[in-house]
Design a protein around this ligand. Structure first.
Ligand SMILES: Cc1cc2nc3c(=O)[nH]c(=O)nc-3n(C[C@H](O)[C@H](O)[C@H](O)COP(=O)(O)OP(=O)(O)OC[C@H]3O[C@@H](n4cnc5c(N)ncnc54)[C@H](O)[C@@H]3O)c2cc1C
Length: 257
């Protein structure tokens, strides 16, 4: 979905175009940040049909002539995932590779609903990882002749982390129950994504603080969770975008501009 010049505004401004010629679609444009596109066989490309101006989805084989991927370098977060900058130059895709049940951006939003729920779960996992490492450290690290876990203010950090994690776990559990019941709405997924990622950032910050200087070293893992939280916080819709979706649902007014 995302492009170098279009992130949050994808619903209105996708620059990648699809032009139909008989049973072939011709795609042109660029996509940025596309996960694992550097080695995947297939990529889903969302492009604007020049005929009706609607967003449509296409399954593109990465070996198609005119499809080029460049690995994005110098990421400080989620380094385990490769992200690609894709360039499409007269890339030809057969009509049978068009997602047949996707003909407007509203259909595309169904995918985002699922992926946002998934990222809310990721935010829970990231917090749990940071907490588990911080707890272990607190139990082993000694200052003033005692494990730092025995100090009241260190326990305060641990308890704040447990509180955030428990609240987020309950929320994503409820999210999945709604999904199982076929009742998951956009605003549910957006609320969970926004809430859990805000809490995640706070939790990993507490964990980092608890480790003192060692909190910035990769060797103690917490630093890695701190870095990864920054990517998780921004993708699948920033906090602002997800807040606008929930705000529209609760107030009845769209504040999107
Ligand atoms: C590690 C990583 C992996 C990713 N993987 C993928 C992927 O696989 N596929 C994919 O399609 N994309 C992917 N993305 C892209 C991601 O979804 C976008 O980065 C995200 O949607 C935000 O877009 P942007 O970075 O262009 O920020 P922008 O849209 O430029 O936003 C910049 C800032 O402005 C704010 N803002 C923008 N509009 C408004 C408004 N109307 N009101 C208030 N604030 C506003 C935003 O909230 C943000 O704080 C990935 C990103 C990362 C970091």
């Amino acid at each position: 979905m995302t492009e170098p010049l279009v992130g949050s505004g994808a619903s209105r401004g996708l620059g990648t175009t699809a032009r139909r010629e008989g049973d072939t679609w011709i795609l042109n444009g660029q996509k940025k940040w596309i996960g694992n596109s550097t080695f995947g066989d297939l990529t889903i490309i969302w492009a604007r049909d020049v005929a009706d101006n609607q967003v449509k989805g296409f399954i593109v084989e990465n070996k198609t002539p005119g499809f080029k991927v460049e690995k994005i370098q110098h990421k400080m977060a989620l380094r385990v995932v490769q992200n690609g900058l894709i360039t499409l130059e007269d890339c030809k895709v057969p009509e049978e590779n068009r997602l047949q049940n996707d003909s407007t951006f509203r259909d595309t939003a169904r995918v985002l609903r699922m992926t946002r729920g998934f990222v809310a779960w990721e935010a829970v996992g990231c917090q749990m990882g940071a907490y588990e490492n911080a707890l272990l450290y607190a139990q082993q690290r000694e200052q003033f002749g005692k494990p730092i876990a025995s100090f009241q203010l260190v326990q305060d950090l641990l308890v704040k982390m447990v509180g955030n994690i428990t609240a987020c776990q309950c929320m994503v559990m409820r999210l999945s129950q709604l999904q199982d019941q076929g009742r998951l709405a956009d605003e549910h997924a957006s609320l969970a994504k926004a809430f859990c990622t805000v809490k995640m950032r706070e939790t990993v910050g507490f964990a980092r603080e608890l480790l003192g200087a060692n909190g910035i070293l990769l060797d103690y893992n917490v630093g890695r969770f701190v870095a990864d939280s920054e990517a998780i916080y921004s993708y699948e819709g920033t906090r602002e975008m997800n807040t606008l979706i929930v705000g529209r649902a609760v107030s009845g007014f769209s504040a999107f501009i």
